[in-house]
Ligand binder design. Structure first.
Ligand code: ADP
Length: 650
């Protein structure tokens, strides 16, 4: 037969037709069956060998079957209609229904997901069921969900279906997830593409590398809250643009459920905390009345005794000492409570002045020696300050710094009856100084190591505890350290001792030029003197740090935690330059730069970011940014950049 145009057209129809006998022997077939079978079909072939998943059975009735079959390694869904044409012969036509069945499955999955959303009580159970549903749509060995914290500084691995262990909370800088979030749209990457991106942007992959990785950002109306990723370790072509469309579609629906679940969970945690706080308050009242009564009883008792005439003058002196020391104890307690209330009411201001560290440590050492005598502890007290990291002066609130150290030292001595207590500091990087007090005392069990920084928490919370104290010292210390822009923590082992450490921003004042760390003096950065710098940053500790740097350079500092605040300040104040964090909770960085430039076209803007793909920086420059700084920002880098800026501007 000559091949007419019509013959060719018939073969283009995406339906494959076969004639088989009742044993399934293929008697004739349309040429498209060859494509479908993906191999030659010699005479005598059986349908069961060609399409093992098609459950053909000879029957007098017309039947249809749905089955899956892979072509070039990609799974597709087919429908086969089997019609008896004569006794013992069957006409079979097979259609590819992958697309329409996928739509059905997506609908089914979405209905299931909304039911799961309502039924599951914890985010974990929701994510687990969500993963099971997504697995019916994608050929994935691992599905994971990453959520950002508000500043996008940290990622929380909210769910991972893989068995590989990965930290659940890690910095977001230089991760593929953050890269996808910046990109703002989904992506499919194979191993080579991932390797290329890895070296180009210094991206890190937490967990085993996939052969094919597909991820989409989870977008709400005005934010990107996380990234949903699926990955395949076996097939480099596991996903195509259809799959990406499906993942984007499903995740658009999922995002709001995820946000809702996380909020519900936050509320639950907050409720738990409120209940705990309530319990603590009662415990505190009981504790306080004990703490106040004990010295009060002593004061009243000895006051009464001292007035008796029969008492020798020697005894009177002892009793007067008891009254004084118990009075002091009461005063400390009252001071602590007032102090804590003041900090919590936010009326505390930190005053930074040059602190002579040598003097401070001499005083602290002397205090420790007196304290061990007072507490009758037979231990050694030592200073451990590495010569390399010795610093003459820092800019800090000396009184608060001393207060925190004194508290840690008296605790260390109180809880150490043998061995030693050591005090000191070190400089882990040139932006931070780390103070410590370590002891060889009773130690703190792991579950209590975070709790002791909460108000009124003590390791021994029984009524007959051996050690005095109201459980306020560490709560005060923690708040003070945070106010000063640092962080406090403890490492400890029960029975072996504890080491309390806290950091402060390392700022060297303009006093001692022989110090090793870079000097940030008004002279060196003279162009910056008197300028007004707007710092746009949402992280409290970073704000404090940057404000100090601006202060040190003799410039005025204005701060804004949100993009909207920054824009408002621009309309109200005369600002010479702005230092802008491009990951603010309320507005995209580029958008903010555009708006700021709109309000103040000649304003030099320096962007500060933890993650800087070069395209992003290029875009920022294109819309008028003047420079950029990578976090963590070094004092010297920032001040030099500002100095350079104003030298070219003036
Ligand atoms: P207080 O010492 O008045 O109880 P703090 O807030 O200073 O209050 O300390 C809270 C608790 O932390 C203490 O009661 C104790 O259980 C534990 N703790 C603090 N420092 C140490 C230390 N160096 N060694 C062992 N336990 C400590």
């Amino acid at each position: 037969m000559t091949k007419s145009k019509g013959y060719i057209a018939i073969n283009d129809i995406p339906v494959s037709i076969m004639l088989v006998n009742k044993q399934g022997l293929v008697l004739s077939h349309s040429p498209s069956v060859l494509l479908l079978a993906d191999k030659p079909i010699p005479e005598g072939s059986n349908i069961a060998n060609l399409f093992p998943a098609l459950p053909f059975k000879a029957s007098k009735k017309e039947r249809s079957y749905t089955f899956e079959h892979s072509i070039h390694g990609k799974k597709q869904t087919y429908r086969a209609n089997v019609k008896p044409v004569e006794p013992n012969f069957f006409l079979i036509w097979i259609e590819n229904i992958t697309q329409s069945s996928k739509v059905e499955r997506i609908n089914h999955v979405l209905v299931k997901l909304s039911a799961i959303g309502l039924e599951s009580t914890t985010p974990e159970s929701f994510y687990q069921l969500m993963q099971a549903e997504l697995n019916t749509l994608f050929d994935a060995q691992n599905i994971y969900l990453v959520l950002f914290d508000k500043s996008r500084q940290r990622l929380n691995l909210a769910y991972v279906s893989d068995t590989h262990t990965i930290n659940s909370d890690y910095p977001s800088g230089n991760t593929f997830a953050l890269w996808v979030a910046h990109r703002g749209q989904g992506v499919i990457l194979n191993r080579q593409q991932m390797n290329r991106l890895k070296s180009k942007y210094k991206l890190g992959f937490y967990g085993p590398p996939a052969l094919c990785w597909m991820a989409v950002p989870l977008k709400t109306q005005n934010d990107i809250v996380g990234v949903l990723a699926v990955q395949n370790y076996q097939n480099p072509n596991a996903y195509d643009h259809n799959d990406l469309e499906v993942l984007e579609f499903v995740s658009a629906q999922l995002t709001y459920m995820i946000v809702q679940k996380e909020r519900e969970n936050e509320l639950k945690i907050a409720k738990g905390k409120a209940e705990e706080a309530d319990k603590l308050k009662s415990a505190f009242l009981a504790n306080m009345s004990h703490e106040i009564r004990t010295p009060m009883n002593a004061i009243l008792g000895f006051s009464e005794l001292i007035t008796r005439e029969t008492i020798s003058s020697e005894k009177k002196k002892i009793y007067a000492d008891y009254i004084t020391s118990n009075g002091r104890l009461l005063l400390t307690l009252i001071d602590d409570i007032i102090e804590l209330s003041k900090i919590e009411a936010g009326i505390y201001t930190i005053r930074r002045q040059p602190v002579d560290l040598e003097n401070l440590f001499t005083e602290l050492h002397q205090f420790a020696i007196n304290e061990k005598k007072r507490q009758k502890q037979n231990i050694m007290v030592a200073r451990d300050i590495n010569v390399e990291s010795r610093i003459a002066y820092i800019l800090a609130d000396g009184e608060r710094l001393k207060q925190v150290m004194l508290n840690l030292i008296s605790n260390a001595i109180k809880f150490t009856s043998a061995g030693s207590v050591t005090i000191g500091y070190r400089v882990p990087n040139n932006a931070t100084i780390e103070f410590f007090v370590s002891d060889t005392g009773i130690g703190i069990p792991k579950p209590m190591q975070e709790k002791i920084f909460e108000r009124f928490r003590q390791v021994d919370e029984t009524a007959h505890r051996q050690f005095g104290g109201a459980g306020l010292g560490l709560a005060i210390s923690k708040r003070l350290v945070e106010l000063m822009g640092g962080r406090i923590w403890v490492e400890s082992e029960s029975g072996r001792g504890s080491r309390f450490s806290f950091t402060l921003p390392l700022i060297i004042p303009n006093i001692n030029k022989s110090t090793r760390v870079v000097q940030s003096t008004k002279n060196e950065f003279k162009n910056v003197l008197g300028k007004t710098i707007l710092v746009v940053e949402d992280n409290e500790a970073n704000i404090n740090y940057l404000r100090d740097l601006v202060d040190v350079a003799g410039a005025n500092c204005l701060t804004a935690k949100l993009g909207s605040e920054a824009l408002k300040l621009l309309t109200e104040k005369a600002i010479d330059a702005a230092l802008v964090d491009i990951q603010l909770p309320d507005i995209d960085g580029l958008e903010l730069i555009k708006k700021m430039k709109g309000l103040h076209p000649s304003l030099p803007i320096i962007i500060q970011t933890a993650y800087t793909p070069s395209e992003y920086i290029d875009k920022a420059y294109a819309i008028g940014a003047w420079g950029y700084l990578t976090k963590p920002i070094k004092a010297d880098d920032m001040l030099s950049l500002l100095n350079e800026l104003f030298s070219s501007n003036t």
